[in-house]
Design a protein around this ligand. Structure first.
Ligand SMILES: CC(C)(COP(=O)(O)OP(=O)(O)OC[C@H]1O[C@@H](n2cnc3c(N)ncnc32)[C@H](O)[C@@H]1OP(=O)(O)O)[C@@H](O)C(=O)NCCC(=O)NCCS
Length: 187
């Protein structure tokens, strides 16, 4: 755990001790989580904005949106988005390191959509997407949805692996763009 802490505290690059103990550390992170995942309230719109813009800058190919489009959103829009939905953030020692959202389309109460999944590059592989997915699944179940859907861009192998490991399956549903695949999880 100590060597992982060094990474978070700003040392850049790979720490040899961290690499050797990474498998143990991953399990510790999940079993004794220093990671806290919680929903963001409307008044935390600036944090929501910062995480979302960081995601769009870091992984523009992963999302059906763009930094240039979202940088211009107003405060009101940021507070309200996602409508009929929620954003969760993952924190390590009070620092936000990941985000994922979910929402429901009007007139489609059985289906929830997982959106905006992103984990900061230097903490990937430590189970944070898994924790964020679990939070979204819990939120969807509370709403008595029977299905959680999401879209993955072609070539996004990390995301595809993470979702398949979480129990999602590939569907033949029509995605928002031709270069994406719709996955679903039965709830
Ligand atoms: C995809 C992403 C969210 C995964 O986050 P993460 O915190 O590193 O994922 P986790 O550590 O929770 O891993 C969850 C599972 O996926 C697997 N996984 C994660 N990254 C992987 C990779 N690059 N290659 C293979 N498997 C991978 C893990 O092995 C893990 O399986 P396990 O529970 O059996 O060990 C992260 O890489 C990311 O933010 N990518 C850029 C944005 C993005 O693609 N978002 C998704 C949009 S649909």
């Amino acid at each position: 755990m100590q060597s992982l802490r060094y990474r978070y505290d700003g040392e850049r690059g790979w720490d040899l001790k961290w690499m050797i103990s990474s498998i143990t550390v991953e399990r510790q992170l999940i079993d004794h989580p220093p990671i806290v995942v919680r929903s963001l309230s409307a008044c935390e719109w600036q944090l929501k904005r910062d995480l979302r813009l960081a995601a769009l800058q870091d992984s523009p190919w992963a999302f059906a949106s763009s930094y240039d489009l979202e940088i211009h959103r107003s405060e009101d829009e940021r507070r309200a988005w996602p409508r009929d939905g929620v954003y969760f953030a993952a924190f390590h020692e009070r620092q936000a390191v990941g985000i994922a959202g979910s929402w429901m389309r009007a007139g489609e109460p059985q289906v929830t959509h997982l959106i905006s999944m992103w984990v900061a590059p230097d903490v990937r592989g430590a189970g944070i997407a898994r924790l964020l997915t679990e939070a979204v699944v819990g939120w969807a179940r509370e709403r008595e949805a029977t299905r959680l859907e999401l879209e993955v861009a072609a070539g996004n192998d990390a995301a595809m692996c993470a979702y398949l490991r979480a129990g999602f399956v590939v569907t033949k549903r029509t995605p928002s763009t031709s270069c994406r695949t719709v996955l679903e999880l039965a709830l």
